[in-house]
Design a protein around this ligand. Structure first.
Ligand SMILES: C[S@@+](CC[C@H](N)C(=O)[O-])C[C@H]1O[C@@H](n2cnc3c(N)ncnc32)[C@H](O)[C@@H]1O
Length: 355
């Protein structure tokens, strides 16, 4: 066990780790601090009060403790911190105490040591459920979709990107019922495959899960979906499942609620915990710009110039300006440094690059 570390506004005791792996059981991954930052910014940017939160795979409890300390704009009615590992429960309690949070005889804080699915199915439901597993979230989708309340938010992480992005297409077919494609835009395709799978799990219960914030970063993907109940809404979602570049079926609708993204970016700039975090601010700004563009997939400039034998590729900023000048929308994309999101048709873009 190491000395306490800092993340956001909290202190944390976590097992010392050389390499993050599934076999480690309870673990703390500092790389995932951005994942937690974004969860906090998102919850602080929705108008909701008296939230019942379930952190079903809590490990050290870092996420729940940050929620308790940093959700300043919404009121938590109850938070459930669950993990099936006894060592995790011990750590969660230690970390709550370390941060001055009294959990004994506190109706707001409920610690559970159960299998996540049993925990969910024995509950009456939640306004926010966080699925943050090592690997695929598949095992937890059914129970989470059953127990997410009307207008509730389901947050899902997946770290099995090798299946979703096409290194192991058969695994993707088995787990996500869709064909991935290992190409320049594989991260967006993988994210959209995952979204469709979550939507199918919810559709069985007449729940329409609409993505409000989605991204792919490093070794993982993350999606927040809002639950809107109603058969017609579910039917409308299913109509937006289809193929793109022979990959799929994928979700062809929007990846973001652009008003929410705007708010999250603004809130990050105003918040002392986040305003100095250049990586996070830049990440949100890029997503804010790309959320304004209605386009599935993005253009990888290096890939396109190679395929079309364009020898002198201009700077990305120059290309973005040129596209805008001919009347189309264009922005960077968070998926890839050399990528641009635009509604310009492919042949027109090639002509513009060749000029
Ligand atoms: C990736 S870690 C969670 C990380 C944590 N959410 C965070 O933000 O740091 C996954 C955790 O899920 C727990 N876990 C795995 N399968 C579970 C199950 N079926 N029920 C409950 N807990 C489970 C593991 O013990 C582990 O602590």
């Amino acid at each position: 066990m190491s000395n306490p570390i800092n993340e956001g506004s909290i202190k944390l005791i976590a097992p010392k780790t050389e390499k993050i792996s599934k076999e480690m059981g309870v673990f703390y991954n500092p790389v995932m601090s951005l994942n937690r930052d974004i969860s906090i910014l998102l919850l602080n940017s929705i108008n909701k009060n008296n939230l019942q939160i379930a952190d079903i795979l809590a490990a050290t409890g870092v996420r729940s403790i940050r929620f308790l300390k940093e959700l300043s704009k919404i009121k938590i009615k109850k938070i459930y911190i669950n993990d099936y590992d006894k060592k995790a429960i011990k750590l969660i309690k230690e970390n709550l105490t370390l941060n001055g949070i009294q959990y004994k005889n506190n109706k707001k804080i409920n610690i559970h040591n159960e299998d996540a699915n049993l925990f969910l199915l024995n509950s009456t439901g939640f306004d926010y459920i966080d699925i943050d597993p090592f690997g695929t979230p598949n095992n937890f989708l059914d129970a989470s979709c059953r127990r997410i309340s009307r207008d509730g938010i389901l947050a899902v992480t997946a770290t099995d990107t090798s299946a979703l992005c096409g290194t192991f297409p058969k695994a993707c077919l088995r787990k996500y019922w869709a064909m991935p494609r290992k190409d320049a835009i594989m991260h967006e395709t993988g994210l959209r495959i995952l979204i469709r799978k979550i939507q199918l799990a919810a559709a069985q219960y007449d729940k329409a899960l609409i993505p409000i914030f989605s991204y792919s970063k490093q070794h993982y993907m993350r999606i927040f979906l809002k639950n809107e109940k109603g058969k017609n809404k579910v039917d409308a979602i299913l109509k937006q499942h289809g193929f793109f570049n022979n990959a799929g079926p994928i979700w062809l609708g929007s990846l973001w609620d652009k008003n929410l993204v705007n708010k999250m970016h603004k809130n990050a700039l105003k918040n002392k915990i986040f305003d100095q975090n250049k990586e996070l601010i830049k990440f949100l700004k890029t997503i804010k710009e790309e959320s304004k563009i209605n386009a599935v997939g993005f253009y990888d400039l290096h890939d396109i110039s190679e395929k079309n034998k364009i020898k002198h590729l201009q700077k990305k900023e120059v290309i973005l300006d040129k596209i805008k000048k001919v009347g189309y929308k264009a922005s960077e994309t968070h998926f890839k440094g050399e990528g641009i999101r635009s509604d310009i048709p492919y042949p027109k873009l090639i002509k513009l690059l060749q000029k």
